[in-house]
Design a protein around this ligand. Sequence first.
Ligand SMILES: *[C@@H]1O[C@H](CO)[C@@H](O)[C@H](O)[C@H]1NC(C)=O
Ligand SMILES: *[C@@H]1O[C@H](CO)[C@@H](O)[C@H](O)[C@H]1NC(C)=O
Ligand SMILES: *[C@@H]1O[C@H](CO)[C@@H](O)[C@H](O)[C@H]1NC(C)=O
Ligand SMILES: [Fe+2]
Length: 627
Amino acid sequence: MLGHTFSILACSTSLLVFNHVVAVAVPRQVSATLADSIVVRAQNIVNPLSPQQPGAAPNLDITGSYYISQNSPNPLIRSTGVLAKALTFLYGPPVAGGPAYPTGVLGLLKVVADLASIQLDLTPESAQTVLDDGNAVLGVGKYDELQTLEDYTKLYDGEWTTTLPKGPDSGVLTNYTDDLLFSMERLSNSPYQVRRLNPSSDSLNFQIADAVAENITGSTLQQLFSAGRLFYADYRDQANLTPNIGKYSAACDAYFYINSNSGQFLPLAIRTNVGANLIYTPADSANDWLLAKMMYNVNDFWFAQWNHLASTHEVVQITYEAAIRTISEEHPVQALLNRLMFEVFAIQPLAQTVLFDPGAAVDLVFSYSGSSAATYTTRYYQSVGSGRFRSNYFATNLQSRGLINSAYGPALKHFPFYEDASAIHDAISTFMTAFIGSYYSSDAVVAADGELQAWANEANGPAKAIDFPSVITSRAALVNILTHMAHLASTSHHTINTNELLSISSTLPFHPPALYKPLPTAKGVTDVVDYLPPLPQILAQFTIGALFARPDFVGTNRSLLHMFDGQTFLSKTNAQTRAANGAFMSAMQGFSFQVSSRTFDADGLSQGMPFVWQALDPNVMPYSITT
Ligand SMILES: *[C@@H]1O[C@H](CO)[C@@H](O)[C@H](O)[C@H]1NC(C)=O
Ligand SMILES: *[C@@H]1O[C@H](CO)[C@@H](O)[C@H](O)[C@H]1NC(C)=O
Ligand SMILES: *[C@@H]1O[C@H](CO)[C@@H](O)[C@H](O)[C@H]1NC(C)=O
Ligand SMILES: [Fe+2]
């Protein structure tokens, strides 16, 4: 095999060899040049604000056990240590948008350490990506020049096996025209946009003729709305972003509904909001409706990716920065955050270098520019609500969108994201309750912990965190804060990123990140394939997915199962915390078994969906943010 002739260890050299092999093996236009350029960027991530090594920083190692503020055996040394951190870990300008990014001697040291860690992760991942890219190029014959939708499914035929060992989620290559697959993705791998319309406070943004709606659903749009069965997703705010040349996109808004007969959550209509502003429904021709769903997917993938920076990375980043400046390294809460926030400062430089820079990944494969992505994510962080802390607590967020505990309309029959994330969220919360309970004998002790109150003040003051509690006066409140940070750094993040990019949310042909032909001005499209990406852009797209995947973490101590299972952390805590870790690990082992043994039932469904979703397997997903 030509593709295997290069060493996977000497990555940059192998890229040269690889280009050479490609040049002789396949037609010139099918080189992996765009993909290569992304790998090279990933190998050269720097802090754009300060590429140099920082100077000397305070020694943060603590030797004994962890103590809450009131119990420190050396209060003077402790307060000097916190002061040293506050003087050397400073807020600098944002990198890749969002909140303040670390600067100062200690701040830069943390950044350098996190960048070094992520490079260690990316070195094998880059090599594996290059290997898969090379094989994908050599396999070009089998895609039959991507002339049909079926040809696009062959992109996975024995390909991407290193970075995506189990292949795309079962069902996504065979059942993607099924409306239920499209709608249930909003309740699994992309659950952060859709909301139930409240009949007493919302209104309908567009209409569907009664006869059409009745034909599809058995009810009129107004009847569905009044019954609390109507849901809405809105991507109209993408209409004014700067497009990349040769790439196109709609700015869809869409209705979904709960069907009264089957109880299924299904799509009802998609409006494009650009050009002829067509409104599509399942009553349209198969081609028209499939293209409409793909147009929605373009917008949805854009939102999911650039919103996730705002809603996960940037929120934990600024909250952790505030903690570093106010809480001693001797504090059990800080020790826990140090573990959970592994690599957290590496991501904004990665986003800037690999994704947002001119000519980088967003410019190459998305419909709008990298600078639009940076602006969009910052807007979601600052003013759309994604940067808010408490109002995005797991259940609070889902309830505010009418997805759980709705006061109107029927409950969702299946809600895979909620089902899986709940199992993990509950286990995290149980651990945190035991951990905090072991250090704080009462709520009054929490309220009297000066470092915790300083954290809350700092977050709401200089850090400018959004919607963080202004005081922390009970064990439950502290448990909620820590559970949320663990949730954001794991479950919430990996639902839409990490292994999900390659395995479901950017799988082709159904999820193109951009269209390659101007939108139709009338219905009656004859060939949906005309709108899909060509091979060089596909390789670039899969390369991003591959670099962000973490197949090597499966079954290792980087997986969620080991979230609290750090030697340093556990050895300096206490017996109750170690016992709580044991309970967490066995709960997560049981849940992993449940998720990993999922298959289709007699109806060809899994969790009510025509694909098998296993993203939140605790033995597979990382415990921390890694990409
Ligand atoms: C409703 O469905 C019937 C049968 O499929 C079809 O003949 C009719 O044209 C449809 N009406 C509308 C308004 O779509
Ligand atoms: C994971 O295990 C490896 C050895 O297999 C060890 O070197 C490393 O420190 C561990 N990492 C964590 C985060 O516990
Ligand atoms: C989905 O695809 C799988 C094969 O990949 C098939 O077994 C199953 O029946 C399909 N489900 C539906 C609802 O079509
Ligand atoms: Fe991410």
